[in-house]
Design a protein around this ligand. Structure first.
Ligand SMILES: [Zn+2]
Length: 345
């Protein structure tokens, strides 16, 4: 019996040593130390032994149980440490990996252009004026010398809310409102940026919603020379010092005389190319001397005061400046398009 017990001890310790994980070790414990295990089985035969030998074998059995229990405990600690070490190794932070960058937005190209133009004119002493996008027919048309039923209104078909209320078709009503606030006293020197709306079918160069910036100066002794000088500063600042400007006669109901300003083509420098439609020039904005009717309607004495106004589309300016071919890119929120302007922040 002694031999049988010792043989069991040897086998058990061997299996403990060979256990490669906690699960295997547990199986060894259950099979050797359990109530139906081989040690218990052997000790059951003690009844056949002499009274002298019985306690000896009982003590040996207990000792072997203890030895195996101890061995299992030690092995248990060993395996647990091993598992922790393995886990630590697997979860080690590699500090040499580049960090994940936080996604940041950037300003919309139109916002950038508008802010650039605003900065330029603020530097020349202009104030920024704003007005409602839902506007009265009076300020949008009548006060700007577009009488009811006049054909000049056809160029600016709008979205009407009622007969008298509409989505503004230009930022000019802000000029009319600002002049009225001045109660016939100059100087007025403002630029008005904002959204405007027209009933146009959307295509590469038309959008039912777009941006405008207009400028207005009213004071004594304001001449066409002041207008030309101002536009020249604007063109060189926004498009580059090497650009030339030219003024062509045009028509707007609220200015007289009226002009269109072109800048020289930067691709061909006036030679003529596809971009400038072989003319050497690119149309940028409209301007003119404020019509005496407009001054009078706003309460200014047109014999004492003169003024100039200009208006441009930041969409068009941005398209020219950045070489964008389709106005719809500004309004469709395609991240791939908008992201290109992040590098220039
Ligand atoms: Zn050209």
């Amino acid at each position: 019996m002694e031999q049988k017990l010792k043989e069991l001890e040897r086998k058990a310790l061997e299996e403990v040593r060979a256990a490669s994980d906690l699960k295997e070790l547990n199986q060894v414990r259950v099979s050797y130390l359990g109530k139906k295990g081989p040690i218990t089985e052997v000790l059951r035969g003690m009844g056949k032994l002499s009274a002298e030998e019985r306690p000896k074998m009982g003590a040996l059995g207990n000792m072997i149980r203890e030895t195996i229990t101890k061995a299992i405990e030690n092995k248990n600690v060993e395996l647990e440490n091993e598992a922790v070490a393995k886990k630590l190794e697997a979860e080690t932070i590699d500090v040499t990996l580049p960090g994940r960058s936080v996604a940041t937005g950037n300003r919309h190209p139109l916002t950038k252009i508008i802010e650039e133009i605003e900065d330029l004119f603020i530097g020349m002493g202009y104030k920024i004026a704003e007005g409602p996008e839902v506007e009265q027919d009076y300020y949008n048309f009548e006060a700007l010398n577009f009488p009811k039923g006049h054909p000049s209104r056809d160029m600016q078909d709008s979205f009407y809310i009622t007969e008298e209320i509409l989505m503004r078709t230009h930022t000019s009503p802000v000029q009319a409102r600002t002049m009225k606030k001045h109660e016939g006293k100059g100087p007025v020197k403002i630029i008005c940026p904002g959204k405007v709306y027209r009933r146009d079918n959307d295509d590469a160069t038309h959008s039912h919603q777009f941006m405008q910036i207009e400028g207005l100066v009213v004071d004594e002794n304001i001449t066409m020379g002041d207008l030309k000088g101002t536009l020249e500063v604007f063109a060189k600042k926004i498009f580059g010092a090497d650009r030339e400007i030219r003024l062509r006669p045009s028509f707007f109901p609220f200015t007289e005389p009226s002009v269109e300003m072109d800048i020289s083509c930067k691709i061909c420098h006036g030679e003529g190319c596809r971009v400038c439609k072989q003319t050497g020039w690119i149309e940028v904005l409209g301007a003119g001397m404020v019509h005496p009717n407009v001054l009078e309607m706003a309460g200014f004495d047109s014999k004492k005061y003169t003024g100039f106004a200009f208006g441009m589309g930041p969409d068009r300016i941005a398209m020219l400046k950045y070489g964008i071919e389709d106005i719809r890119y500004f309004y469709t929120n395609d991240i791939r398009f908008l992201k290109q302007f992040a590098v220039q922040e």
